[in-house]
Design a binder for this molecule. Structure first.
Ligand code: G6P
Length: 609
């Protein structure tokens, strides 16, 4: 999704802006642009396509100046084109703006401005802001007051970076429902939509809160609330390194992140085990509170919602409480029945997903306390939730989520185990057994990753298929959804996840000779039923690839295509069985010649509805 970067200091801005934009590429974009202030004018260069297109344009039209803003755009209003790319200039050219989010009332604002004689160069919602600010500056001489008056007229979400020729010594910034940070340098400062953009230069940042605005000068930063009152802010020190946000020898971020899962799992589990027990006191979840939980509601989007599906099965099985799960984009609009006594859980890697954030706010409005499982410290969801459990996966750059999923699954597993112990729904001996096995998972993940040749072989064998099916039962059925999504996201192979028993109620009509069906085979209690389902598709000519335990011979008689994981407790299998599925998707994408880190049409962090 769109990315913002800005620089003010003594150095040439363009190089720094381009470097920042490169670090935001992972968010997904289809055009990019930069604007630089020079001698009372703003120069803009923008281009449809990847950053290389912009770079080529900058070679023929170099920009010089030490104050600038840049943007990567993921089209919402108006197709990807040079004109629709940001930054957008106001009519006279005195204002330039970059914007993340959506200005929902842009149509009436555009009409009003058009009637006043403003001519629009693009189809975007963003351009209205540039003209509106220019219009406001006719009567309001103070730039901060003018920006405040302008954003007050906006409905929707925004993170804004603004240059104004009349105030060449500063960048203006404002946020509502879309993240924005300020990086603090030595004799220079930065703005960015995301921390990695400024990490090569500084680890000291301010995290702007909802409704806050800032004037960023080269030597200091002023932050204000919507009433224009100064806000004192603590500096947030970024603890993870720039290396963590780089590829480190791997062909792609996605592969690096798949391989990072052992470490990520360890970091997520270890600090929470104290004296042989799971300790979630960091989230203020007291034993008494958990004992009293009568219902759990989980909401999330995409991969995080599929981690939630695994969580649902585990919590119901272990804690004997009903769990409701819904994708946030549906949940927020269906007038859900909520009880303030519910344990309301949102799951989000980025902590910024617009729908998940809206669901959190809805839960708050209904009097629920919200527990967030997120990967990003200081993210909006982390800040607005009542309690937070961080997945310590480290920065996840690849659009297709991998280590965030496994750590979300582990976090939900730990919640289930801990709550079950508090409620007395799990025998202490069984708890101990599961806890011991949980701690073995990181090593077992690394064992899977120590030899990926079988996955490479099968990807090479099956990559040209246009349709695939993933089937499983119980926890495997939940896992199928994530396995199928991974394949779709990066290899563009159409695939469907089916509860294996449901296949025969319609979808089996699509099984034809040679069609690949991937069967997840980790759930002992239903494995016989699953084998019957496998036979059903085999007799219709399908080819079956299984993902199951290495010591289970039962699948051998059914198929020669098998991917295996080390034996673990069935309840803990999803965090391991997902790894071959991730690798399979990755290598299918490679075989098909696609870049898994830059999947078409997708964004890492979806901060619009
Ligand atoms: C986007 C990403 C997905 C992610 C989803 C939810 O669609 O491409 O990988 O699962 O957003 O993101 P979140 O940051 O809330 O987990």
């Amino acid at each position: 999704m769109c990315g913002i970067v800005g620089y003010i200091g003594k150095d040439q801005a363009v190089g720094i802006l381009m470097e920042g934009l490169k670090r935001l590429e992972y968010r997904g974009y289809d055009s990019a642009g930069v604007a630089v202030l020079r001698g009372g004018e703003i120069d803009v260069v923008k281009a449809r396509g990847k950053l290389d297109c912009l770079r080529r344009k900058l070679e023929s039209t170099p920009l010089s100046g030490s104050v600038g803003i840049g943007h990567t755009r993921w089209a919402t209003h108006g197709e990807p084109s040079d004109e629709n790319s940001h930054p957008h200039l106001s009519q006279s050219g005195e204002v330039a703006v970059v914007h993340n989010g959506i200005i929902e009332n842009y149509a009436p604002l555009r009409e009003k401005l058009t009637a006043k004689g403003y001519r629009f160069q693009s189809e975007t919602d963003t351009e209205v802001f540039a003209h509106l600010l220019e219009e406001t500056l006719k009567t309001e001489r103070d730039i901060l007051g003018a920006v405040r008056a302008t954003v007050r007229q906006l409905e929707g979400a925004y993170a804004l970076g603004v240059l104004c020729t009349r105030f060449p010594d500063r960048i203006l910034a404002a946020r509502k429902d879309s993240p924005l940070i300020i990086g603090l340098g030595e004799g220079c400062n930065y703005i960015a939509s995301d921390i990695p953009a400024v990490l090569p230069y500084t680890r000291r940042v301010y995290l702007l809160e909802e409704g806050e605005m800032a004037q960023v000068f080269a030597d200091h930063v002023e932050i204000y609330d919507m009433e224009g009152e100064p806000v004192h802010k603590e500096v947030f020190e970024v603890t993870w390194s720039v290396d963590a946000a780089e590829r480190g020898g791997y062909a792609h971020f996605m592969l690096k992140e798949i391989y990072d899962q052992g470490r990520a799992m360890r970091d997520t589990i270890r600090p929470r085990i104290k004296d042989g027990r799971i300790d979630l006191s960091e989230a203020n979840l007291t034993d008494e509170m958990l004992r009293g939980v009568r219902r759990v509601v989980i909401t999330a989007c995409g991969t995080a919602s599929y981690a939630g599906q695994v969580g649902r099965v585990l919590i119901e099985k272990l804690c004997r409480v009903p769990v409701e799960i819904d994708v946030a984009s549906e949940f927020r609009y269906r007038d859900p029945v909520l009880d303030p006594e519910d344990l309301f859980v949102v799951v989000s890697q980025s902590g910024e997903t617009a729908d998940t954030l809206a669901a959190l706010r809805l839960a708050h409005a209904r009097g629920c306390k919200v527990l967030a499982i997120t990967n990003v410290v200081g993210s909006t969801i982390a800040r607005e939730a009542d309690s937070v459990l961080y997945t310590w996966a480290g920065p996840e750059i690849a659009v297709a989520s991998t280590k965030a999923y496994t750590t979300q699954v582990l976090m939900l597993t730990m919640i289930a185990l801990h709550m079950a112990l508090c409620k007395g729904t799990l025998e202490p001996a069984r708890y101990d057994e599961l806890l011991k096995e949980l701690q073995r998972l990181p090593d077992k993940a690394e064992e899977i990753l120590s030899d990926v040749t079988p996955v490479q072989r099968y990807a090479a064998r099956f990559f040209s298929q246009e349709d695939m099916f993933f089937i499983g039962r119980g926890l495997d059925s939940a896992l199928c959804m994530e396995a199928s999504l991974k394949l779709k996201e990066i290899s563009y192979i159409h695939s469907e996840a089916m509860a294996a028993g449901e296949l025969k109620h319609g979808t089996i009509a699509l099984i034809e000779p040679g069609r690949l069906v991937v069967a997840l085979c980790t759930q002992g209690s239903t494995i016989e039923k699953l084998r019957s389902n496998i036979r059903e598709v085999l007799t219709r000519g399908a080819v079956v690839l299984t993902i199951g335990y290495e010591d289970s011979d039962a699948e051998k008689e059914l198929t020669e295509y098998r991917l295996t994981i080390p034996r673990t407790d069935d309840l803990l299998a999803p965090a391991l069985a997902v790894i071959p599925a991730q690798l399979f998707a990755y290598y299918c994408a490679i075989q098909r010649g696609y870049d898994p880190d830059k999947p078409r049409n997708l964004a890492k962090s979806v901060t619009v509805e």
